[in-house]
Ligand binder design. Structure first.
Ligand code: FE2
Length: 207
């Protein structure tokens, strides 16, 4: 059943003196209706894949999407809250990785839609879905920030490798490609850039 909010905008137009209906310039705000498609359901598109295949891929991709959104937000948190001698380089690096994760989540979300699924999107729904542990609201020192990021990346990498193999087995090559070329490659590279910051090397004297 369609739900309508009370308030203005009930009048679609008015009768002119000539008796013709003219459109109203008033914006029709506050509208609500039933969802077009429920979360978790599939609306199959003609892409040559069975609906059951699409459903399994969508479930896997929504898990990866929730985790990628969590990592993206973790990077922005760290970008803002970083402190100490490496502030400037980490401030910039964290924002670069944030931007790369933002691109990645768009690729994942759009693949979910083209498979006929519904992408997880909002923070509360992401929080219910992600496997990445929730960090405290306050500021943490750099080594802890980095440990959190590395742990989060490893969660995504482990799940993405399994998901990629399963997608290949059910002949969903596009999903396999997104998981390997986008999810795995992006996360592996970011691990390298972040992990090098917690290698305990001498700064001035080698011995
Ligand atoms: Fe910024």
């Amino acid at each position: 059943m369609a739900h309508r909010l009370t308030g203005g905008n009930r009048t679609a137009g008015h009768r002119s003196t000539a008796g013709r209906s003219t459109p109203s310039a008033r914006p029709r705000t506050g509208q609500r209706a039933q969802e077009l498609q429920e979360y978790g359901s599939i609306t199959a598109l003609p892409i040559g894949l069975e609906e059951t295949v699409c459903k399994r891929s969508v479930e896997a991709l929504n898990q990866t999407l929730a985790d990628a959104i969590a990592i993206r937000d973790l990077y922005k948190k760290h970008h803002w809250q970083v402190a100490g001698q490496t502030f400037y380089q980490l401030h910039l690096l964290f924002d670069k990785h944030y931007a790369e994760q933002s691109k990645l989540i768009d690729v994942i979300a759009e693949r979910i839609q083209l498979l006929g699924g519904v992408s997880v999107a909002m923070a509360a729904d992401v929080a219910e879905t992600t496997l990445i542990p929730r960090p405290p609201k306050g500021r943490e020192p750099v080594p802890v920030q980095i440990s959190r990021l590395l742990h989060a990346h490893e969660i995504v990498l482990k799940e993405a490798r399994t998901m990629a193999r399963l997608a290949a087995e059910r002949e969903d090559d596009g999903t396999n490609d997104v998981l390997v070329s986008d999810v795995i490659r992006t996360n592996e590279l970011q691990v390298w850039f972040v992990a090098e910051h917690v290698v305990d090397t001498p700064v001035v004297r080698a011995e």
